[in-house]
Design a protein. Structure first.
Length: 95
């Protein structure tokens, strides 16, 4: 078995493992980190296929920009939830 085939099999297994675990986790932050990791592994797949232009686009848009937007949305939602809980405690009279 040559080196290219070994790398292809490793990348394929990595994509399948990361993609399946991304859907099985319960925490949003963990799913976002796995999504970014999946984009980076897919970038390596494109590099292995000698599609450097597609790899650059995948890294920039797929992993970078989309991942940053998902993290920003997660942060906004997590701060909104914590402010809602503190407002509810004040409304009930809890300190």
């Amino acid at each position: 078995m040559n080196l290219d085939l070994s790398i292809d099999i490793l990348l394929c297994v990595a994509v399948l493992v990361i993609a399946s675990s991304m859907f099985l986790v319960k925490q949003s932050f963990t799913a976002i980190v796995l999504f970014i990791s999946l984009g980076l592994v897919i970038t390596l797949c494109w590099i292995q296929l000698n599609a450097i232009d597609v790899a650059i686009a995948e890294a920039a848009i797929g992993a970078g920009l989309t991942g940053a937007m998902l993290l920003a949305a997660w942060r906004k939602l997590s701060t909104d939830k914590s402010s809602d809980k503190s407002a509810e405690k004040k409304h009930r009279g809890d300190v």
